[in-house]
Each structure stands twice: as structure tokens, then as C-alpha cells.
Design a protein around this ligand. Sequence first.
Ligand SMILES: *Cc1c(COP(=O)(O)O)cnc(C)c1O
Length: 370
Amino acid sequence: MPRPIEALIHQPALAHNIARARASSPDAQVLAIVKANAYGHGIENVFDALRGADGFGLLDLDEAQRLRDLGWRGPILLLEGCFETRDLELCSRLKLWHAVHHEQQIDWLAMHKTHEPHRVFLKLNSGMNRLGFTPNAFRGAWTRLNALPQVDEISLMTHFSDADGARGIEHQTAVFKEATADLPGARSLSNSAAILRHSKDPAVRADWVRAGIMTYGSAPDYPEHDIAHWDLRPTMTLRSKVLAVQHLKEGDSVGYGSSFVAQRAMRIGTVACGYADGYPRHAGHGTPVLVAGQRTTTVGRVSMDMLAVDLTDLKQLPLDGIGAEVTLWGQGPKGAVLPIDEVAQSAGTIGYELMCALARRVPVHVETLG
Ligand SMILES: *Cc1c(COP(=O)(O)O)cnc(C)c1O
């Protein structure tokens, strides 16, 4: 028998979440962002559920190839554009749209031999200072692209640094509006946080929204809001089982470094899940977990292959708890839910990082559309 750990990818939840993006921006087209292997879910595992999107956004050319291999003929946008000249050949062959964020990418296009001109997304650095032309250089870049026979349509995009937080997006939308004022072309500004928090403004919804983390059932502005607030559903469940049960006396310790010491008699379960499965080692004692659908917490340090959970106050566990189902995050039995955001917060990180870090050794199964 294999180790009892597995990940489940929930296609019904993916379809629900992408529909939420569409409902928030009914007049915009939706790009489902599937970079990083669909945020750790596996592009092949999510594809059927996200077919309702108008296009896909990603970074790696081999991921674009995989989407074409799955039969997707619609739009695919390379969010970082090309990394070297010859990437343009694949863009021509696979009909990829690509971001243009620096002058060299325009030089490559100018030298590129293609029968079919490309659609590009010219990126403005409106304040995030990661990728894009400065407002001063933006118009010059647009003019250069517009003169190239290799370029057919120029769309305009930018990315928000604070759509999830207090600073918000106004400073960046003002820069975007000014830099793009009289330029033609479709516009794309919003990531998940902007879709959920700022989509009242039609200029923010614009023509294309880019739905990433919300598609995968994590709230971009947790803990201010959780997935229940945004009506999102977990799309990845990590689950395992209790392998062993230990009965502790007051003063007994648990795990490496004896970092946890029992203050009372306790019953704890040893679970087949550790940091080599992608569970965060930094999740301290007290991280939430479900055992047989009942909420409890972890105890002591996470080791490579195992972690401990507190079973002391749990009811109705057959065999003292051995073999009980443990939900590390996601959808538990009997409708119980443990949002990945809660586990991430206990580990000092965000849901994005946990889902992307699911380890290769964890077998993945897919709950298909019903
Ligand atoms: C990753 C990414 C997104 C999606 O962001 P989420 O916060 O996951 O919604 C959108 N646009 C660009 C350019 C990105 O790199």
C-alpha cells in the first residue's frame, strides 16, 4: 500500500471560482492564470474546469505547449514575454500573445521573420517597479511596435502592487490612464485582488482581467477577508492519515528539539505528512488541521515525513484514532473546510506559496466535473 498521503484537485471548485471572476467583471474577458503549473495544481488537472475562461496566462513556453497539446486553440498570453530571440519562433508557431516590457524584446521582434504578425501586450511600469516601461518611455515603445510589420495588435497592460491592501490601486491607475490616454488597444490591469476588491470601476475591469489565486480558492487579501467572504471554494486538498497514536503524560515532549511539552495528559496522532510533502516546516505548534472533519491543531515541529496532531478532545475516533483521515488543507469530510490561507498564515506565508510547493512525491487525484 502506498503512503496514505494524497492531493485532490477539485474541478467543480475551479469552475465555480473562475465563474466568480467572470461575475465580478461581466463586461471583461477572463484570462485564467496557470503559471507555475497552475499554481501547483497541474495544468492537465485544471484544464477541463477552466475551459470556460477566454484565455490563459502563463510564463513558461513549455507550459504554453502543454496547453496547445491539450487542444486549447484560444488565447495564451506569455506574461513575461520572450526571454530570447528564438522564443519568437515558438510564439509564431503556437500563436502566443506575449508581453513586451523592455526594448530588447522590441529589437528581437524587429528581426523576427514571421508570416503572421503577433499580438503583444505592452507593459507599463505604473509603480510596482518589477517589469515594464516607465511612463516616459511607454509611448516611444508603443510607436516602435506600431511601426513593425511583425506586430498586428498592441494591447496595454500593467500590474498592481497593492490591490490586496490599504494603499490600493488609485496611484497606479492614475499613472496608467495618463500614460495610455489616447492610445488605442485593449487594456488589462486586474489581478485577483483587484477583481475582487476594485472591480466597480470599469476602467479597472477594462478588457481583460487576469484571475490567478482566486481561481485556486485562496483569498488574496486574507486575513482581512476569507474565501467564505468572497464565495470561493478550495481547489486543492492535501490529506493523509494518522499512522500512530501516543498517550502523553504532563511533561512529555513531542518531536525534534522537544519544542512542545505537554501541560496535561494528551492523546496525539502521528500523521503521514511532512515538509518533504510540501507541508510548511515553519507552521508552528497550533496550526489548524482537521481530523475526521473535526478541527484541531498540530503539535510540535513538522519533520520531513511526519507531523503530530492533538487528538485529546476529539470525539468518536475509531481505533483510538489510528487510520483517521487528516485534512492538512482544503475540503474535509462532511463538508468541513480548512482554507489553505489559515495554514499559510500559521507558517508566516501565503496560500500561493503552499499550493505551488506541493511536492512531487505526493500522488495527485482529480475530482472531475460532475
Ligand atoms: C501572477 C500574475 C497574475 C495573477 O495574480 P493573482 O494575484 O494570482 O491573481 C496577474 N498578472 C500577472 C502579470 C501575473 O504575473
